[in-house]
Ligand binder design. Sequence first.
Ligand code: XMP
Length: 315
Amino acid sequence: MFDSQVFVEEKVAEMRERIPGKAVIACSGGVDSTVAAVLVDRAIGERLLTVYVDTGLMRQGETEHVRGTFDKLGLHYKMVEAGQEFFAALKGHTDPERKRKAIGERFIRVFEREAKAFGAEFLVQGTIAPDWIESGDGVRDTIKSHHNVGGLPKDMSLKLVEPLWDLYKDEVRQVARHLRVEVSERQPFPGPALAIRVIGEADEESVRVVREACAIVEQELEAASEKGAMVRPWQYFAVLLPVQSVGVQGDRRAYGRTVAIRSVESVDGMTAAFSRIPYDVLERISLRITNEMKANVNRVVYDITHKPPATIEWE
Ligand code: XMP
């Protein structure tokens, strides 16, 4: 049986020994990186600088939310605004692996800059077991290179420390609860963020569209579960497809974009089943996406594929 108290005690002691100097951590505010930051903060305090990079790819309201979380946890942190750098790195890339690698590399370069300014030698990452299992360990195929594994440049000067390496998602959540990290009940969110929820090139405008659609999906599913109409799914979001289709708006022909809704039930993200969302909840999401959004979206579809054969994210 996994015991989060024992895990925390042992990891804090281990981190104190492994990190004699200064360290930086890339913290997105997600469960994994926040838990890793709190663990290392307990071990070395102000010698850890927690860096949040605003990649321009985050969810609605994310940056403000993360700032509040860091303040509450008393972390020593810095917020870096780097949106334009990320969009420049993504320009012209449509292949999912190229996109992931471009983002991973940009991340590391930004951290190297921050690490240098801080005088850090170590890079802490919140990598968990499914990240490296699915990134290919030489035995298994590479399914997707998760940015915190696949994108690391070979010439990286920082020494890598990964305190959550052996843990699965449910274990990380147990540790989060133990550490009173408030994010513990939030749904998982991928490192490459909204860029992999825009199929094809993720430019600033497409990311804005998928951000708005994701916010509607989140609001409606959370409202429906609060009302007791359904149980809150494990993970739920929107994906912007590079498909246009014909529709009608008033009495005019329209040619608009397509949004797919993805919602799954899972324990650890390794396998998943699509959620059985009540039709009236799906209807509300569809109406809001097609009516409220400034973007021209005239078709909404629901993804009814399990993992396997699909993955949870589309890229
Ligand atoms: P897939 O799409 O591979 O996702 O079925 C399994 C779970 O992992 C999340 N995910 C990521 N998490 N870095 C992460 O930290 C990534 O690059 C990444 N890609 C996918 C995904 O959202 C799901 O919860």
